[in-house]
Ligand binder design. Structure first.
Ligand SMILES: [Zn+2]
Length: 251
C-alpha cells in the first residue's frame, strides 16, 4: 500500500471537536510522515505492553500511577510506614478533594456529559460519594468491616478520613499495632475502591465486590508484611482475625 493511501478510521464515542480534533489531525500527519509504513513490513506495538493490542486499561493504570507519584514541589502527603508512599499521597488528595471525580472535573472547567457517578448513576460523583456513599464502595466497606469485625470507632474513623475531616481526629500516631494496621486497611480500601472505579470507567469491566475485597486483603498483607517490624503474620490468621494477630519473631 502506498503510504499516501493511508486512510484512518476512528471510532469515537462522540465526534471530536476543538483541541482534540487538532490532536487527531496531528497524529494522522505524523503517522503518514513515517517511512516504510507498508502492510506486512511494519507492525505497530503498544509500547507499555509490548503487544500489538492497545489497552486503555493499562493506560488508565499508568496515568493513575503517574498522578500518584510524588512530586518534589508538592510535598503534602500522609505517611503510614506500613504502606508504599503512593497510598499516603492518594489519601491526602482524597481529603483535599483532589481526585478527578466528575464533580471535581466540572469544577475545573472540564466538559463532560454528566457529573453523575459513573458507577451507580444516581448521585453526583464527589470524592465522598465515590469512596464511601456509592453502593459500589459501600459494599466493599461492608465486607472490610465484617472481615475486621470492626467496632463503631474504627468505622467512624474510616468515614472521617474520606469525608475530609481532620486526620488529627483519628488515632494517626497510635502505637497500637491493630490501630496502625486498621489505618493501613482504611487507606488500602479507599485506594482500591478508586482504582476499580477507574477500571470500570475506562474498560467497562464488571464490578466484582468479592474480587476487590480479596485484592485489598492480598495487597495489604503483602505491603504490611514487607514493611512491619511487628514480626511475622500468618496469612490464615490475617484472613480470620486481622484485628487480633499473633506476631511471630521475624525469620
Ligand atoms: Zn455511585
Amino acid at each position: 500500500m502506498d503510504r499516501e493511501e493511508l486512510v484512518f478510521s476512528w471510532c469515537w464515542k462522540r465526534p471530536l471537536t476543538g483541541r482534540a480534533l487538532g490532536e487527531q489531525r496531528n497524529i494522522e500527519t505524523k503517522i503518514k510522515s513515517l517511512n516504510g509504513l507498508n502492510d506486512g513490513e511494519c507492525k505497530w506495538l503498544f509500547k507499555p505492553s509490548g503487544k500489538d493490542v492497545f489497552s486503555s486499561k493499562l493506560i488508565a493504570s499508568i496515568i493513575d500511577d503517574l498522578l500518584l507519584e510524588s512530586n518534589p514541589s508538592e510535598p503534602e502527603t500522609l505517611r503510614n510506614n506500613l504502606l508504599p508512599k503512593k497510598l499516603g499521597i492518594f489519601v491526602w488528595r482524597a481529603m483535599k478533594n483532589r481526585l478527578p471525580t466528575r464533580v471535581e472535573l466540572v469544577k475545573r472547567g472540564i466538559k463532560i456529559e454528566s457529573s453523575l457517578c459513573p458507577l451507580c448513576g444516581s448521585e453526583n460523583e464527589t470524592v465522598e460519594h465515590t469512596l464511601l456513599a456509592c453502593s459500589h464502595a459501600s459494599s466493599i466497606w461492608e465486607g472490610i468491616f465484617k472481615w475486621w469485625d470492626a467496632n463503631a470507632r474504627y468505622i467512624l474513623e474510616a468515614y472521617n478520613i474520606f469525608r475530609g475531616s481532620s486526620l488529627m481526629e483519628s488515632p494517626n500516631h497510635s502505637t497500637n499495632h491493630s490501630s496502625k494496621i486498621w489505618q493501613a486497611i482504611e487507606w488500602v480500601t479507599g485506594y482500591f475502591s478508586w482504582k476499580n472505579r477507574n477500571t470500570k470507567v475506562f474498560t467497562n469491566d464488571n464490578w466484582a465486590t468479592p474480587k476487590i475485597i480479596n485484592e485489598i486483603q492480598t495487597k495489604s498483607f503483602e505491603w504490611i508484611t514487607n514493611r512491619s517490624n511487628f514480626g511475622r503474620i500468618e496469612w490464615h490468621q490475617w484472613l480470620l482475625h486481622p484485628n487480633n494477630l499473633n506476631f511471630r519473631d521475624p525469620g
